[in-house]
Each structure stands twice: as structure tokens, then as C-alpha cells.
Design a protein around this ligand. Structure first.
Ligand code: MET
Ligand code: ZN
Length: 742
């Protein structure tokens, strides 16, 4: 460290969107992957996007500019490369980075999973006993130097050692490699110091979840060691997505110079914990554990699209100032999770616009708050009202329902079905774009939707499926479609947010009270039914998933918002039933996503989430069969909640997790469809392997309860793949049905 550490800048952001305001990176990546352009072109686009970001942040008046927040695919993968943790099998690939991210012909990619409680997905590093760590600082150095050449001094941002290991395949067990990884970080600090870097940001978001004493000891060891490096930049450890809790005093006792707190998510609890930890009242600012440290107060939310409430931010800043030696203003987490700029949304209602802030507007807020005088009028915000009790469901017991449904549906054993969507063809996407552009009439568009429904129904009849779906061709997205048809939501034109790699979503904005002005899906369900004598499932998205994949108003408890959506879904369920639809599927793939990171809040969340689902579905009569669907791994963490949804049939992703999920869900006393076709891959399974999977399933579950279906919807696959896979599925089910029961 220099003899006198330069002060931390007054204002900063923990990170910034990187896909480009018009998704320029997405286009450049896809052109590179398809071989339509070379590496030089991809790198040129990346450099241009970084330059644009630094210039914009500086223009807006931000003092602390971050670098190394750009990524060609994922920042956790970048960290693996930085540390040399590239598994042997990828090293010979033409482009090992993208081989790890996306796989190659002969090589499966590394696993991908959700980043904390966001809808961003990261690549899971593999760290084994044999991993040889070796620092490769090319990327952070290149970004640093690029910024410098443009006249900007930046703070490199790197994922911290503890979070890197905890997020790897082996989780906490990988901490056995902490000392080796720390060697790389020490070396990195030396390299950055030699470049004259004043501050480095090490992100440690894993510290906002419950951590064992051993894990906290790893935090202590890591930052003692990094703090002891003789020549190094100032250490800024940032903990986004929640409250540091018991990790705060641990970090505070190490030599790190700055700590970033998420004061939006950790909220006032975080502040209270901070005050307690500092023995409030005993001249804490001078004597407390944060006395010599800078706190980067994350008061501007990186997780939502709302303007910061100035009173709340001022209050939080005042409390932090009482305890910390120095305070800078920042964001609660990287701005990665919000769209670039509100200015790109000319058609939003002006009243709503006035309440919104996207990344650029949030940077302006940070700058403004940092400039405002420290002593403002700042009262503690009022606590939100306690939630109303939940009305119980009114369906009969499962046995009664099952008998009523069996009489009505008359399905064979091992009934075959799909999860809802059928391939979204290029023509359909083009038609939707033409409708939006005003070059195709609504009538002509709907004609095309009907033709797609007919194609899906005919295909399923021909292949011999037992329960048909209409294929969801009218939906661009399973949440956006409902948002467009319910009151209380707005949709954006350019509000793209990175989901993984080149993939982005455009989350709707849930800004007001939600209600259903008229039926949403009933006409399509009716049309599908008119085409066939076989049962057709009605398909709806569940209340938790609709909320989880939207930007949600923050003036009501989340729970109340979910219940409003549940009410709208309940009306739709009733109308589908009245239209004669015998099976209604209400999907909840995001049920686990809103699970609080700390155990203390988990049971309470699951209780109301389940109650909302039951509210949405319990208006259906006993003879109407309710299905639910979940996907993405980790369902095993919330099995008892899935059971409590009380759906008559649960279809669940399992083709890749195999017996693990089966053993666990076997205890459900109702219908179960563990996926037998991994729809994430272009690979088509054969009837033989599906038959094997089903045999395994039948060892764990009684035959009368098993359904045969893919892992998830088929919208990303082609008709050719889907027809072959579904044909194999039907063949396998029929072979097993033909066997004498044993
Ligand atoms: C991410 S879950 C998707 C469920 C939806 N019904 C579909 O089939 O596409
Ligand atoms: Zn799914």
C-alpha cells in the first residue's frame, strides 16, 4: 500500500450493464459463434461498449469508475480464467472460454445456474484438488489500460476468493483450496499496485447468505492475508444482494479499507445490525470497528427500476455516517440487472416514467446523493403494514378429486403429455415483429396463431399423445404475455436485461394494482379444443413466477403483490373451467427464485408463496385436474413447498438430475411427471433410453401416479427434433403399458 491511501471516490457504482444499449454485444457474439465474423470484430464491439460506458459515467459526474465489469459471457467464468481454473478437457478447444460457456460438438459446457436471487445465470467453475491455479491478469489489465488511454482512472472489479470458491461445483468443500487461490489474488494485487491502481473491488456477495463458522474463518483468513500484501491498492470488499450480518464484524476486523453494504436489501435491518455490532452510543465513529474504514453505502437499488426515495436514502446515509470513518455513495449491487436508459422508452405513460430510473438515471441519483449535504431532513421510514391472513383453499381432498378426474378424463396408465410450448417458428416470430411494427394486421396475425395451434394439435394427435396442449404460439414469453393482458403492468421497448451469455429478457414493470380486465387465454384454449376430441390442457403462468420475472412496485409488500396476481390467475382458472377445459396447468418455475438467501426468512416466504398458488388454483372444481410445472435445478431445496401446492399432477425437470429428484418427490401422494427429455439440448433421445428412465421411475413410484413428459416447454427446439423425441416418448410409454403389471 502507498504510505497514504488515496480517499475512496465520493460516488460509484458496483458494476454496469454490458450487453449494450441496443444489445450490440448479443449481435456480435452470435455473429462470432456462427462464423459470420472474426474475433477482431467481437473485440472491437467489446472495446466500443466499454468506452461508451466510461464516457457516459464520467459525463454523468460519477467519480469512481469501475473497470473489468465488462464480460464477453459471464464474470464468474472470467474469474476462473483469471485464476487459471480452466479444466483440462477444455484446454485444447479452439476457444476454451466459449467452450466452457457453451460447449463444443464433443464437449458439454460447464454447468450454469442462477446468480443469487437474480434472474442472471453464471457458469459454475470446477475447482478440484488437482486444479493448478495460475494468475492470468490479461483481461483486467487490458481494460484498465484501455480506460487509461481514454483518460479515465478506474477501479478493477474482481470476484472475491471466498465467493469464487463457494460458487464452484464443490461449494464450501472447495475452500480447501483457499490458500492456493489467495496466492493468485496476492499476485494480482501486486500487479495492480505496479500499474499504479489506487483501489480494487473484490465482490463477495456470498457473504450475505448464512455462513458457517468455518466459512467465516475463511473470510477472516482471506482478508488478513490480502491485507498484509506489502504493495497493494486499497481493498474495497463489496457485499451485494443482502445483509452482511455476522460477516460484517469479521470483515471489519481485517485490514480492508472499504466495505460495500447493500442498504436496500439489507435495508434498515442491515443498519440496525451495523449499529448493534458497533455498540451504538460509545462514540462509535471514532472507536467502533468501522472507524478507520470507508463504507460504500449502497442506497440506490441495482435490483429494481424505481427512483430512489430521497428520504430513505438520506436516512440510511445518516445512520452509516454515524458509524463509519468515511462514507461514499454507491449502488446496492451492480447495475447489471437493470436496463440502460429510460430515454429509450418514449411510449411509457408519463406518470409512470416519473417514478422510474434505469441504469443511467440511477447513476445520476448516486451522483446527486453524494453531492447533497450530509445533514438532510431524514426520518426513519415507517414500517410496512402487517400482511392480511391467507384464505384457505376450497378443493376437496386428493382422493375425491382423483376419482372425479379419472371418471372424466379416462386416461391410460403412464399418460403422455408436454409442458406447453411448441416450437416457435421463424415465421411466427417474424409475424409478431410485423404486428408490432404495424405492417401486419391483428386479424392476419391471429390467423397465423390459429394455424400454429392447428399444427401443434395435429402433430400431437398423429404422434399419439394423450393430453394435448395448444402450443402457446400467441405468447412471446410466458410472463410478458400475461403482463400485456393484465392491468397494472407496463412493457418496455428496449428494457433488456442480461439473463445469461447473449440471452436477454425484457421484464415487464408491475407498477400498480393488478387486475384482469378480461379473459386472457380462454379463446385460444377454446379454439384448440374445437380441433380435437382428446383432452387439451389450459396453460397459465403462476403468480410467483409472474412477479419473479417482472420489476415489481416497492410500495407494497411483495406478498401482497403476489396475492393480487393470484386473484387474476384465479379468475382465469375459473373461466377456463367454465369453457370446459378439463385440465389446467399453472406453471411455477420461479418458485425457488424468490426464496430469501437467509434461512430465517425462507419458511415464511414459502408459506405465503404456496398460499398464493392455492388461492390461484383452488377455485377449480374437483373434476378439473390442476397441473403444475417446475424446472431449473435445485427444486430439491423446496420439495415440501412443492408438495404443499397440492397440484393433482406435478411435472418437473429431471432428465439430467436423474434419480436424485425422483427419490425425493416419490413421497408426494399425487401425480408426478419427471421429465424424460432434456429440451435444453438439440439431442433427440431414443425410445430405449426413455424406457430405461421410466423403468427407474417406476422403481420409485407407483405406476398409477406416473406421467410421461419432457423436462420443459419445447419452444426453443425445432419441429423436427420435437417430433422425433415425442415419438420416442410415446413408444416408450406404450411398451411399458403393454407389459403385464408386476
Ligand atoms: C420455464 S417453464 C416453461 C413452461 C411453459 N408452459 C412452456 O412450456 O414453455
Ligand atoms: Zn419449464
Amino acid at each position: 500500500m502507498p504510505a497514504v491511501q488515496p480517499a475512496f471516490p465520493r460516488s460509484t457504482v458496483l458494476g454496469y450493464p454490458r450487453i449494450g444499449p441496443r444489445r450490440e454485444l448479443k449481435r456480435a457474439l452470435e455473429a462470432y459463434w456462427d462464423g459470420r465474423s472474426g474475433r477482431a470484430e467481437l473485440d472491437r464491439v467489446g472495446a466500443e461498449l466499454r468506452e461508451r460506458t466510461w464516457r457516459r459515467l464520467a459525463e454523468l459526474g460519477l467519480e469512481g469508475l469501475p473497470s473489468n465489469t465488462f464480460s464477453l459471457y459471464d464474470h464468474v467464468l472470467d474469474t476462473a480464467v483469471l485464476l487459471g481454473a480452466v479444466p483440462e478437457r477444455y484446454r485444447a478447444a479452439e476457444d476454451p472460454y466459449f467452450a466452457m460457456a457453451r460447449g463444443t460438438q464433443g464437449l458439454a459446457p460447464l454447468r450454469m445456474t442462477k446468480w443469487f436471487d437474480t434472474n442472471y445465470h453464471y457458469i459454475v467453475p470446477e475447482v478440484g484438488p488437482e486444479t493448478v491455479f495460475a494468475l492470468d491478469a490479461t483481461k483486467p489489465l487490458a481494460e484498465l489500460r484501455q480506460a487509461r488511454a481514454l483518460g479515465f482512472e478506474t477501479r478493477p472489479v474482481v470476484l472475491g476468493p471466498v465467493t469464487f470458491l463457494l460458487l464452484s461445483e464443490r461449494g464450501a468443500a472447495a475452500l480447501d483450496r483457499l490458500d492456493d487461490v489467495l496466492g493468485c489474488y496476492e499476485e494480482l494485487l501486486g500487479v495492480l499496485a505496479a500499474e499504479g491502481v489506487a483501489w480494487v473491488q473484490l465482490d463477495e456477495p456470498a457473504l450475505v447468505a448464512d455462513r458457517t463458522p468455518g466459512e467465516l474463518a475463511a473470510v477472516r483468513r482471506a482478508y488478513q492475508r490480502l491485507g498484509a500484501v506489502a504493495a497493494r491498492p486499497g481493498l474495497f470488499v463489496a457485499a451485494a444482494y443482502g445483509d452482511l450480518g455476522e460477516a460484517l464484524p469479521v470483515l471489519a476486523a481485517t485490514p480492508v479499507e472499504a466495505i460495500g453494504l447493500d442498504l436496500v436489501r439489507g435495508g434498515l435491518d442491515g443498519l440496525a445490525a451495523l449499529a448493534d455490532g458497533l455498540q451504538a452510543g460509545s462514540a462509535p465513529a471514532e472507536a467502533g470497528p468501522l472507524a478507520g474504514k470507508t463504507v460504500v453505502a449502497g442506497v440506490v437499488s441495482g435490483r429494481d427500476v424505481w427512483r430512489t426515495e430521497p428520504g430513505r436514502a438520506a436516512y440510511a446515509l445518516r445512520v452509516v455516517r454515524e458509524h463509519a470513518g468515511d462514507v461514499a455513495v454507491g449502488t446496492s449491487c451492480s447495475l447489471l440487472h437493470v436496463p440502460y436508459d429510460l430515454a429509450a422508452e418514449p411510449d411509457l405513460d408519463p406518470g409512470l416514467r416519473a417514478r422510474l430510473a434505469f441504469a443511467e438515471q440511477k447513476v445520476a441519483e448516486v451522483v446527486e446523493l453524494a453531492r447533497a449535504a450530509p445533514e438532510g431532513e431524514a426520518a426513519a421510514p415507517a414500517p410496512s403494514a402487517p400482511a392480511a391472513p391467507v384464505a384457505a383453499g376450497e378443493r376437496g381432498p386428493y382422493e375425491v378429486r382423483a376419482a372425479a378426474q379419472a371418471g372424466r378424463l379416462r386416461l391410460p396408465p403412464l399418460p403422455t403429455t408436454t409442458i406447453g410450448s411448441f416450437p416457435q417458428t421463424g415465421e411466427l416470430r417474424a409475424a409478431r415483429a410485423a404486428l408490432a411494427a404495424g405492417t401486419l394486421s391483428r386479424d392476419a396475425y391471429e390467423e397465423q396463431v390459429r394455424a400454429e395451434i392447428e399444427r401443434a394439435i395435429r402433430t400431437q394427435e398423429r404422434l399419439g399423445l394423450d393430453v394435448l396442449v395448444h402450443g402457446e404460439p400467441e405468447r412471446n414469453d410466458m410472463v410478458q404475455y400475461f403482463a400485456e393482458h393484465l392491468d397494472g403492468f407496463a412493457v418496455t421497448r428496449n428494457g433488456w436485461v442480461q439473463s445469461y451469455g447473449s440471452r436477454c429478457t425484457r421484464p415487464p414493470i408491475l407498477h400498480g394494482d393488478v387486475s384482469r380486465p378480461q379473459p386472457v387465454t380462454v379463446r385460444w384454449a377454446r379454439y384448440a379444443r374445437s380441433l380435437t376430441n382428446r383432452p387439451v390442457k389450459g396453460m397459465l403462468t403462476g403468480p410467483v413466477t409472474i412477479v419473479a420475472w417482472s420489476f415489481v412496485r416497492d410500495d407494497l409488500p411483495l406478498r401482497d403483490v403476489v396475492f393480487q396476481v393470484a386473484e387474476a390467475v384465479r379468475e382465469e382458472v375459473r373461466d377456463l373451467e367454465a369453457a370446459g377445459v378439463p385440465i389446467i396447468q399453472v406453471d411455477e418455475p420461479a418458485l425457488r427464485e424468490l426464496l430469501p438467501l437467509r434461512r430465517a426468512g425462507q419458511a415464511g416466504y414459502l408459506e405465503w408463496a404456496v398460499a398464493a398458488y392455492r388461492r390461484a388454483t383452488s377455485g377449480a372444481g374437483d373434476a378439473t385436474q390442476i397441473h403444475t410445472h417446475l424446472c431449473y435445478s435445485d427444486a430439491d431445496q423446496i420439495l415440501s413447498a412443492i408438495d404443499a401446492l397440492d397440484a393433482d399432477v406435478t411435472t418437473i425437470e429431471s432428465a439430467r438430475s436423474g434419480g436424485r429428484i425422483l427419490g425425493a418427490v416419490g413421497a408426494f401422494g399425487r401425480g408426478l411427471g419427471p421429465g424424460v427429455y432434456d429440451i435444453h439440448s438439440p439431442r433427440v433421445p431414443g425410445a430405449g433410453e426413455i424406457e430405461e428412465l421410466l423403468r427407474e421411475t417406476l422403481k420409485a413410484l407407483p405406476a398409477g401416479r406416473v406421467w410421461v413428459n419432457p423436462d420443459c416447454g419445447l419452444k426453443t427446439r425445432t419441429y423436427e427434433q420435437v417430433e422425433a423425441a415425442l415419438a420416442a416418448m410415446v413408444t416408450a410409454a406404450r411398451r411399458l403399458r403393454a407389459e403385464p403389471a408386476g
